[in-house]
Design a protein around this ligand. Structure first.
Ligand SMILES: [Zn+2]
Length: 171
């Protein structure tokens, strides 16, 4: 047990050192505590999320196109962050983009529920989108949307939980 702690401690030190090296333009995006109750450790997230959700939400993974639960869901309702339950999208904002992932042309709120971060991984320049409350990875946003907003929020089904509208009848 003691050696395990030592291992965890040295890993934390190591990753801290790595982060310091690349702490320039992204530092304001990654380390700012939002609401501390959603500021969980990776161990805590592992207990809450399924391995697939953990891979996408915490390790910025991507589900295979066309395999997501909500790819072809067009029922009325709302989509919440699968990690923290923050309401992010409405079914009214969803459209069929034929890209293999759930796609939305806008987000709920005033643009403050989803954080946009420049992403240069995999040799591409893209804009990553994360839940502003818990920092969970959602997907990417593109400006080639076919609707009036011109936006295409391309989101992993694994990052979302859908709540049908009729389960919470609107007044
Ligand atoms: Zn969240």
């Amino acid at each position: 047990m003691k050696s395990l702690w030592l291992f965890a401690f040295s890993m934390a030190l190591l990753s801290g050192a790595c982060q310091n090296n690349m702490k320039d333009q992204t530092s304001s995006n990654t380390k700012k505590p939002m609401d501390t109750s959603y500021n969980k450790t990776e161990e805590e997230w592992k207990k809450i999320l399924t391995p697939e959700q953990y891979y996408v939400l915490r390790q910025k993974g991507t589900e295979r196109p066309g395999t997501g639960e909500y790819n072809l869901t067009f029922d009325k309702g709302s989509y919440k962050c699968a990690a923290c339950g923050y309401e992010l999208f409405s079914s009214d904002q969803k459209f069929d983009s034929h890209c293999g992932w759930p796609s939305f042309d806008a987000e709920l709120g005033n643009g403050d529920r989803i954080k946009k971060i420049r992403d240069t991984s995999h040799g591409m320049i893209r804009t990553e989108i994360v839940c502003a409350r818990c920092g969970g990875h959602l997907g990417h946003i593109f400006d080639d949307g076919p609707t009036a907003t011109g936006q295409r929020y391309c989101v992993n089904s694994l990052s979302l939980n859908f709540t049908p509208a009729d389960s919470s009848k609107t007044k």
